[in-house]
Write a protein that binds this ligand. Structure first.
Ligand SMILES: [Zn+2]
Length: 280
């Protein structure tokens, strides 16, 4: 019974979650935050090293094309070669452990080994086994060069592995019934989509602060009664990986129709990147 109650609470709370620390603060541009190094990533670097530190067992599924497609998408928008470097194994915390923002910042400060150099940029990625303090958060870009993926939360969002939300009975709860009817999106596909989405925030996509050739930032806050502004930094193009619902566990279940979620940058995202590359 306890697990069922947890599942219901999750459905209610996740609606307010955002996927960038920026979202929580409001403004699109921060001196030191996701997007602050956009020109360096998109136009100046010849190589972007993606340094991955991970909890035991929390990484790409090697039987799938997830890692390769993550690289391909980043190479599609940057002018750089993307080099994945799987680095340290982090302490195991368990899939129910909730990381605070301060812990993420500490891990980033202590564990990033690759240095930013003349032609080399770095993306520091934490593949964590648990969740973020704000329930329902699948991924979070939280610094200029860092984002985290929460594999415990991602696992539960997919209806694989007997996630509690998938076992709920649904006599009266229409929302839950609908979700039960939706084929499960595979865990690796959610990991791929959320990873590319968070990388997109570090690249400054969707006006944050990379300028837009053609306006494609969502004009209205899709959930106006919540503190997060899900529209900021997110695309109005539903087929772009920068679509706002890549933010949260509940939303990804909603858009996971046919087991697919968008995982590629939209045409407008690519056009914005090309424009700044052409300036250089
Ligand atoms: Zn986002």
């Amino acid at each position: 019974m306890a697990r069922k109650a947890l599942g219901i609470t999750l459905l209610v709370l996740v609606a307010s979650s955002g996927c960038t620390f920026l979202d929580a603060l409001g403004p699109n541009v921060q001196a030191r935050g996701p997007g602050a190094a956009y020109d360096s990533y998109l136009a100046e670097a010849e190589t972007v090293v993606v340094e991955i530190d991970h909890a035991p067992g929390a990484l790409w599924d090697e039987d799938t094309p997830a890692e390769e497609q993550f690289v391909d998408e980043l190479e599609r928008v940057t002018a750089a070669e993307i080099e994945i470097r799987v680095d340290e194994e982090l302490p195991e915390q368990g899939e129910d452990y909730a990381y605070a923002l301060g812990e993420l910042r500490d891990l980033h400060a202590e564990r990033q080994d690759t240095e930013v150099a003349n032609d080399t940029e770095v993306m520091h990625v934490l593949f964590l086994d648990g969740r973020f303090a704000q329930e329902g958060t699948l991924g979070l870009s939280f610094d200029t060069r860092a984002f985290a993926l929460f594999k415990g939360e991602i696992r539960d969002s997919t209806c694989e592995n007997d996630a509690p939300v998938c076992q709920l009975p649904c006599p009266d709860d229409e929302v839950v019934c609908e979700r039960k009817a939706t084929p499960a999106t595979r865990e690796w596909k959610v990991t791929r989509a959320v990873g590319i989405h968070e990388a997109g925030h570090l690249l400054g996509l969707v006006n944050s602060p990379l300028p837009m050739v053609q306006d494609h930032e969502m004009s209205e806050d899709p959930e106006p009664d919540t503190p997060a502004q899900e529209n900021r930094s997110h695309s109005s193009n539903e087929s772009s990986v920068m679509w706002w619902q890549l933010d949260s566990a509940a939303d990804i279940r909603e858009i996971g129709e046919g087991g697919e979620v968008p995982w590629r940058f939209g045409e407008q995202d690519v056009a914005d990147a090309r424009a700044i590359q052409a300036e250089g």
